[in-house]
Design a protein around this ligand. Structure first.
Ligand code: HEC
Length: 395
């Protein structure tokens, strides 16, 4: 626990310093925790996911940001765990370097017009605040505003927007997470990943009986016609609807930096399309439905509108916290636990007695986390458990 305290974030968001320099142990712990949380994400790298190296985006958005949200809740005193999905701002890294001439660009320094805005072939210069380079020394709520003044005519209505906007919902509403999960068409990967990254749930997470009514053999959507298809799609598709008003805009055709905006809604709510495409889908309010079976077999179905409401829905359930307990239990003891629905008569889990024991322990730890909202206390409970102290005894 004292090691964890060496990486505790002060009121300025920084880890402790020794002689004016960030404490090296603290830096290593912070960097390790960021790395661990990033490794837990389904899509950890937005550049790989974007189908090509859009290197300049790495100067504007930190691919570690989704991980920062988890680490901030662990290392910032008093920060509730629920904020991983409810925080209304992004999180930004404070970094430091021993270089006398700090690099101004994370990846490339490509000369004259590094960043541009507006139509080509010679768009106007743009001077956004870039993310810091160097070694991580702290985390702070992101207050950077990178306004864009000129855009191509087809997207000119978004001029003046902040390209560094955060859309609520903690990690899930960050520019980095949305870029990492973007499949160039819709938010299915975002929704699939969210189930895994927030709740440790790999679709399908509905039983066949849960989707029978949603199956429509005469629908023009292929996935609507099959029970097994809908066991995935009935979770993923109505969940992705929370993101329907988000649009990806290019700053200019030349540098190809992209950023997310929230589009206006100018059409009324409508039932989720089940038979054929809805041409006004992305212009309607972002009504979503969160549907899955919890670890104990409870059928969860929560409806709401928009990303912050989705964050609230996730934070109200035990699964968010039990997932955190599973991750930290594995991180600290090496023991993985199976949190799938354990009461589906068609898919029995058949866990061994020891698997059952660790599973119940993790569920209990998760429920305690939901109560006290302290990821630090969760750490402490795991470290003081016999499983951590006597790893070879199977306790
Ligand atoms: C294990 C979960 C799962 C099952 C089962 C599943 N899908 Fe999907 N499906 C996905 C995911 C994830 C995507 C998004 C993939 C992407 O965007 O790269 C997807 C995307 C699709 C798409 C692309 C839709 C579009 O236009 O963007 C179609 C079509 C589709 N699925 C049809 C089906 C059909 C038909 C079945 C049943 C035979 C089915 N799926 C079963 C997970 C599933």
């Amino acid at each position: 626990m004292s090691l964890l305290d060496q990486a505790q974030l002060g009121s300025d968001g920084r880890i402790p310093s020794v002689g004016g320099v960030p404490d090296q142990t603290g830096h290593k712990i912070l960097a390790t925790l960021v790395q661990y949380h990033r490794s837990q994400l389904e899509s950890p790298d937005f550049n790989a996911a974007s189908g090509g190296a859009r290197l300049r985006e790495m100067d504007l958005f930190d691919a570690n940001e989704p991980a920062f949200h988890f680490v901030y809740s662990l290392l910032k005193p008093g920060e509730p765990y629920s904020n991983v999905v409810m925080r209304s701002s992004g999180i930004r890294a404070i970094r430091y370097t021993a270089r006398t001439t700090p690099r101004t660009r994370r990846v490339v320094d490509s000369g004259a017009i590094a960043y541009s805005q507006g139509p080509g072939p010679t768009p106007a210069a743009w001077n956004p605040t870039l993310i810091e380079t160097g070694r991580i020394a702290g985390l702070v709520p992101d207050t950077v505003v990178n306004q864009i003044d000129t855009l191509e005519t087809n997207v000119a209505q978004y001029q003046g927007r902040n390209t560094n906007s955060h859309f609520g919902g903690g990690f899930m509403g960050s520019q980095a997470y949305m870029l990492a999960t973007w499949n160039n068409t819709n938010f299915r990967i975002w929704a699939k990943d969210l189930m895994a990254d927030a709740l440790c749930k790999d679709i399908p997470v509905l039983r066949s009986i849960d989707v029978l009514q949603a199956v429509k053999p005469t629908s023009s959507f292929a996935w609507r016609q099959g029970i097994s298809c809908m066991q995935c799609h009935e979770t993923m598709d109505p969940l992705s609807a929370a993101m329907r008003t988000q649009g990806l805009i290019r700053a200019s055709p030349v540098n190809d930096v992209r950023f997310w905006v929230a589009r206006n809604t100018d059409r009324p709510s409508a039932p989720y399309p089940s038979m054929s495409p809805d041409p006004d889908y992305s212009r309607r309010p972002p009504d979503f439905s969160l549907k899955y079976r919890s670890f104990d077999g409870t059928l969860v179905e929560l409806n709401g509108t928009g990303i912050p409401a989705l964050g609230q829905a996730l934070a109200n359930r035990d699964d968010l916290y039990v997932c955190a307990a599973k991750r930290y239990f594995r991180f600290l003891t090496g023991i993985d636990t199976d949190l799938r629905d354990d009461s589906d008569p068609l898919n029995p889990l058949d866990l061994s007695p020891s698997e059952k024991k660790y599973r119940s322990r993790v569920i209990e730890l998760g429920r305690q986390l939901k109560q006290d909202q302290s990821a630090r206390e969760l750490f402490k409970r795991i470290i003081s458990s016999p499983t951590f102290i006597y790893p070879d005894r199977g306790v």
